[in-house]
Design a protein around this ligand. Structure first.
Ligand SMILES: NC(=O)c1ccc[n+]([C@@H]2O[C@H](COP(=O)([O-])OP(=O)(O)OC[C@H]3O[C@@H](n4cnc5c(N)ncnc54)[C@H](OP(=O)(O)O)[C@@H]3O)[C@@H](O)[C@H]2O)c1
Length: 295
């Protein structure tokens, strides 16, 4: 699979990543009862992504899946994988983020994290302290890049203003062809300021995987121009066809789905096809996935 620069950094990533968040119930079971249902299948799904050429994996300390990433990358060249993880707001202090990072490094079984993200916004004071800690972690070589997630435009501008030595290189937001709220403000701001975007819920939490979502007409038109493509492949391709530096991270829990999703890369839709897809997707009424979730 092709590699592209991650935003304005020198790190090379595939145009898509894989996500490793399942759901709150699953996290609860893992945290409280120490059981992780479907573990082998989920690790296989991450491996299927790596075997398909994807080198970009997103996790978080809260997800309880950092050890899955460790297992999936075992025996592979660490330099060839781009690992993104996140620190939870409970740990937003200078010392707190340093401790969280050490814990994540142990769970991931690695000496450095490629992208360390603040998982969501908190008070400006806490965000400032946490970012100070992330700058220290970067100075110490524990993390390569600093990112944020679930920050609106105003919060992003403020976070950028808090940086003393280093830059915020990415944000992670709820973004897909049927939920394009951030296109009005955050996307242009990020483009102007060299901030990459990781798109979570790229398949609208599964809504954008069935034909009923975007309709047969769109599917037929794309097939005529590009050969047979599936709905998830088209919906993920929308990101690369429309943007540079926006990386969808569909969840990896079924190896067959991950392999299918990898087929979204390597081709591009024309502007008219993008418009046709956006028109079809605009008719979808947003249920739960359209809110800005923060998992
Ligand atoms: N920063 C944040 O606050 C935040 C919040 C939410 C999520 N995230 C990140 O974003 C990632 C993705 O979010 P998400 O998992 O909630 O939503 P998603 O990727 O938009 O949708 C996942 C759903 O789509 C299904 N699916 C995936 N590929 C498919 C295919 N080819 N055919 C049919 N169904 C398919 C999955 O089923 P299977 O599982 O059976 O494949 C699952 O039900 C997470 O894993 C996490 O890393 C971050």
């Amino acid at each position: 699979m092709e590699r592209v620069k991650f935003g304005n950094t020198d790190s090379m990533v595939t145009p898509m990543g894989v996500g490793t968040y399942y759901d709150f119930r699953w996290i609860g079971l893992a945290k409280v009862l120490r059981v992780k249902p479907g573990k082998d299948r989920r690790v296989s799904a991450i491996k299927a992504g790596l075997d398909s050429g994807i080198n970009f994996i997103d996790t978080a300390e809260i997800y309880e899946t950092e050890p899955f990433v460790r297992e999936a990358i075992k025996g592979r060249n660490r330099e060839d994988v781009f690992i993104a993880t996140k620190v939870f707001p409970l740990h937003y202090s200078f010392d707190g983020v340093v401790k969280s990072c050490e814990r994540s490094l142990r769970k991931l079984g690695t000496g450095y994290i490629d992208l360390y993200q603040l998982h969501m916004h908190s008070s400006p004071e806490k965000v400032k302290d946490a970012l100070r800690g992330l700058e220290k972690l970067k100075d110490d070589g524990k993390i390569k890049h600093i990112g944020i997630s679930n920050f609106n435009l105003k919060q992003t501008e403020e976070a950028v203003s808090f940086m003393k030595k280093h830059e915020i290189k990415s944000t992670q937001m709820n973004f897909n062809v049927a939920h394009r709220n951030i296109e009005k403000d955050l996307v242009p701001y990020c483009k102007e300021n060299g901030i990459a975007i990781l798109a979570y819920y790229p398949l609208a939490h599964g809504v954008l995987t069935s034909q009923s979502s975007i309709g047969k007409e769109v599917l037929d038109e794309i097939e005529k121009n590009h050969g047979k493509k599936t709905i998830p492949q088209i919906v993920l391709n929308w990101f690369y066809s429309k943007y540079d530096s926006v990386y969808p991270i569909p969840r990896a829990s079924n190896p067959d789905h991950v392999k299918e999703n990898a087929g979204s890369v390597g081709w591009k839709m024309a502007p008219e096809e993008i418009t046709m897809l956006e028109d079809a997707a605009s008719k979808i009424q947003g249920p739960s996935w359209s809110g800005d979730n923060t998992a």
